[in-house]
Design a protein around this ligand. Structure first.
Ligand code: ADP
Ligand code: MG
Length: 296
């Protein structure tokens, strides 16, 4: 029997010890141990130069799930569209200082720019359209790839995890995120052309690893917008696993309108629809990430 004839369950009905949605046996991801102290933070860049693949949704909801597990989490909005800020109910257009000012002006204290959110232990460095000018302004700077890393340094001991929501490009801002990061999570929309562009992304990650940040690793590839009822979705996930092997998370994120609904409500799904399977999927992703060593 062909692999694709086997019914692979979605995350919602996958059982530990049985075939999961990625066609591999689903391990148990235990309830994370509480931490005894805070920091130093592990920094993760959420990257894919394709838009609409679930970077921002994953940043918000993975961040919220890690915060539920007691981790202190800082989210960095690194996309001039500011969707991460909006998705957490922060009107960044009304703010005088955002990540943009930290990047291009001297004399700001990062702590003055950090906002708390309605989720305990979840903080945000917001962005707005101003950030679109930063790339051009940074080009002439010394160590222009290390600016974000320098900005984050003073607060590394205040957090356990920092998640950077990258813009859909491989330009200087994304290179800054990769230079500041310990790991990268690559959300991939479960679509036939999902892999298009990923080779270029991996090449960029390798260049940054060689030249700027030798500690950088790929923490995992995350299939998003998965529909377990369609052969199409299952085939795409299968090919992603064939290509990337164990770098693909066992957790997949199903397609559900609850995600855009939660965005409209400016809340993570973990609070907007706490019992929904989409919230459960991001909690499982948080446990899987912790189990893999991708987060304290
Ligand atoms: N699993 C999902 N199911 C359905 N819609 C989703 C899912 N994940 C994200 N979306 C929606 O798709 C759109 C793009 O997602 P987003 O996270 O903003 O992607 P990116 O940051 O990569 O551009 C948003 O409207 C978001 O609400
Ligand atoms: Mg986004």
């Amino acid at each position: 029997m062909e692999r694709s004839d086997v019914h692979l369950p979605g995350t919602e009905d996958a059982a530990v010890g049985q075939l999961g949605p990625t066609g591999r046996v689903l391990p148990a991801f235990p309830e994370p141990q509480p931490l005894t102290g805070t920091g130093p933070a592990r920094v993760i860049a959420m990257c894919n130069q394709k838009g609409g693949v679930g970077k921002t949704t994953t940043t918000i909801n993975l961040g919220a799930a890690l915060a539920e597990y007691g981790r202190k989490v800082l989210l960095v909005d690194f996309d001039p569209q500011g969707a991460l800020s909006v998705g957490l109910g922060i009107n960044a257009n009304a703010l005088d200082v955002t990540v943009y000012n930290l990047l291009v002006e001297r004399g700001h204290d990062v702590r003055d720019v950090i906002r708390s959110t309605r989720v305990p232990r979840l903080d945000l460095i917001p962005a707005n359209i101003d950030l679109s000018a930063a790339e051009v302004q940074l080009v002439g700077e010394v160590a222009r790839e290390q600016v974000l890393s320098r900005i984050l340094r003073p607060v590394m001991d205040d957090y356990d995890v920092v998640l950077i929501d990258c813009q859909p490009s491989l330009g200087l801002l994304t290179v800054n995120a990769l230079t500041a990061a310990h790991g990268v999570i690559i959300p991939l929309e479960t679509e036939y052309f999902a892999m298009r562009g990923v080779a270029l992304l991996v090449e960029t990650i390798e260049k940054v690893t060689d030249r700027l940040n030798p500690r950088l690793t790929i923490d995992g590839i995350l299939p998003t917008m998965y529909d377990g009822r369609t052969l199409h979705s299952r085939e795409v996930v299968e090919s992603v696993v064939r290509h990337f092997g164990d770098r693909v998370f066992h957790t997949v994120i199903s397609r559900t309108v609850k995600f855009p609904d939660a965005t409209l409500a400016a809340e993570p799904i973990t609070t907007y629809a706490s019992a929904h399977q989409g919230a459960g999927a991001y909690r499982q992703l948080a446990r899987e990430l912790i189990a893999r060593g991708g987060s304290p």
